[in-house]
Design a protein around this ligand. Structure first.
Ligand code: 3PG
Length: 414
């Protein structure tokens, strides 16, 4: 047991059927149906190997994208190929999650064999939108299709999906109601490292929050600022735009329409409240960048083009952020500053990641986009800790007990 949660050391795995939830949510290349990154798969490989080598029958469950991140909503078939390649032996895959084909494939598994089921979010009950609307308790989640159909086939449930610790969904939180449960090795390592880091970060401690999945950033800011864990929060991407909107800065009609269409306009009052309380610690972009006819234009907020969205922080902001990062003793980064995938709008993200690569402070990055950016700008090996979690990392840093941790602790008493 560690942190009130069982580990693999607490179980005899030989001959057992282990149902394991992993987070191998990766960016999808839609042109050829392959994965643009495999960091998360590599992260949970040691747990997969350990369980299979111990002579268990291993069933893997995973999500890929969601209703919120629809561009990555996809089958997990390519992941099975990657796992097979990394392990050097074929693992099985079924294009089913909890139906008769999946059930039969689990029953047919031999000792040491591994089966990956299809994207669990192909079931409505697993989607984040479903979670947010219905807020089922873990007990209620145990009565969903996935758990009803699969739990009777398993002996042990393992959760190695640290990157999804903040989600309250059946595959993550409900098997623990029924089966003896443990965290996997990746979960154990990430939990340990991150808990220790946030306990006593060297100061000044800077959080850099960007990207487009921004609700988690707003959910954690209050707590790290109130506790004094963060000395500065540098905001970029849509986080920066919402902050500026809340501060009464004109970010332009097009950007406002985009934020509204994404459903993030409800974050504006929250941002206002944060600025009232911690305005001296929250750093907002002082300029931004438009792309017009394929060319980049850096503009201050008096020269916004109303009909063009902001696609990056501006050069002045990038310079300011890189200076603050250079002076920091601890830096946590989640999310890019703009659309860094495109040459013309990568300056903000590149500058921030270059600064991360050269600061003497302790650096931690989290999440798919941050990992991709660190590789793109060749600083991945200069980052002190690369966490597989993005949204979950920043929620974890806020100190709140996350749903999966709670479920595993509940499971440890069973
Ligand atoms: C992530 O990408 O942060 C995790 O895989 C969780 O994904 P989600 O935000 O779609 O739940």
């Amino acid at each position: 047991m560690k942190f009130g949660i069982k580990t693999l050391d607490d179980f005899e795995l030989k001959g057992k059927t282990v149902l394991m939830r992993v987070d191998i949510n990766e960016p999808i290349n839609h042109e050829d149906g392959t994965l643009n990154d495999i960091t998360r798969i590599e992260g949970c490989l040691p747990t997969i190997k350990e369980i299979s080598d111990a002579g268990a029958k291993l069933v893997l469950m995973a999500h890929q994208g969601s209703g919120i991140e629809y561009e990555n909503f996809y089958t997990t078939a390519p992941h099975a190929k990657v796992i097979s390649k990394l392990l050097g032996r074929e693992i099985k895959f079924v294009a089913d999650v909890a139906g008769p084909t999946a059930v039969q494939a689990i029953k047919d598994l031999g000792v040491g064999e591994i089966l990956l089921l299809d994207n669990v979010r192909f079931l409505n009950e697993e989607d984040t939108l479903f979670e947010k609307a219905l807020r089922l308790s873990h007990k209620e989640q145990a009565d969903t299709l996935l758990i009803r159909n699969l739990a009777p086939l398993g002996d042990i449930y393992v959760n190695d999906a640290f990157a999804a610790t903040h989600r309250d969904q059946p595959s993550l939180c409900a098997f623990q109601q029924i089966l003896p449960s443990a965290m996997g090795r990746l979960f154990e390592k990430e939990y340990e490292v991150i808990s220790e880091l946030i306990e006593n970060p060297a100061k000044p401690c800077v959080f850099v929050l960007g990207g487009s999945k921004i609700s988690d950033a707003f959910l954690m800011m209050e707590s790290v600022l109130a506790k004094g864990a963060a000395d500065h929060v540098l905001t970029g991407g849509l986080v920066g735009q919402v902050m500026n909107w809340a501060a009464g800065v004109n970010i332009g009609k097009d950007s406002k329409d985009f934020i509204t269409a994404k459903g993030f306009v409800e974050l504006v009052p929250l941002a206002k409240d944060l600025l009232d309380k911690y305005g001296d610690k929250i750093v907002r972009p002082v300029d931004g960048a438009h792309v017009i006819d394929g060319k980049r234009f850096d503009v201050d907020f008096d020269h916004i083009v109303e009909t063009e969205s902001l696609m990056d922080i501006g050069a002045e902001t990038a310079k300011l952020y890189s200076q603050i990062i250079a002076d920091a003793k601890t830096v946590f980064v989640n999310g890019p500053m703009g659309v860094f995938e495109k040459e013309v709008t990568q300056l903000g993200t590149k500058t921030v990641f270059d600064a991360l690569g050269s600061t003497a402070g302790y650096t931690v990055i989290g999440g798919g986009d941050s990992i991709t950016a660190s590789k793109k700008y060749d600083v991945a090996d200069k980052i002190d800790y690369v966490c597989t979690a993005g949204g979950a990392l920043i929620r974890f840093l806020s100190g709140e007990e996350l749903p999966v941790v709670k479920a595993l602790k509940e499971g440890a008493t069973k």
